[in-house]
Design a protein around this ligand. Sequence first.
Ligand SMILES: [Zn+2]
Ligand SMILES: [Zn+2]
Length: 124
Amino acid sequence: MDPKPSDISELDFFTRQVLEPKGFAFMWVYKPLCPDCKNSRLKKLKKRDKVYTCESCKKTFEKGDYGELLVYNIEYTCPKCGKQGTDSGKWKKPTSKTSTVMQKFECKNCGEKLKVSRMSKKKK
Ligand SMILES: [Zn+2]
Ligand SMILES: [Zn+2]
């Protein structure tokens, strides 16, 4: 489990959302630390770059290799039992932009199957 982010520029993805009817989930995924030098987080230096670069050792990583390094962290309040918990693991980033589920997980207390969705800007 990674610490809660203080700087969202270090994140590859994050979302906060309500789990209907009364739950809540906060999910965050850090840009991975360079597996070689562990000094910098990998990022695209320019938006159109196809590879991710470590600013410390200048090593570059293909998208697939970068994807292998991603770890998700979820802090949640279960909508069924109301207990709080956390979950983390290797994150398989959805490849499709239309995929609505970012990560599935289970409440560690009651076993309820939960998911973090891609946020859509729907009206209340
Ligand atoms: Zn490095
Ligand atoms: Zn539960």
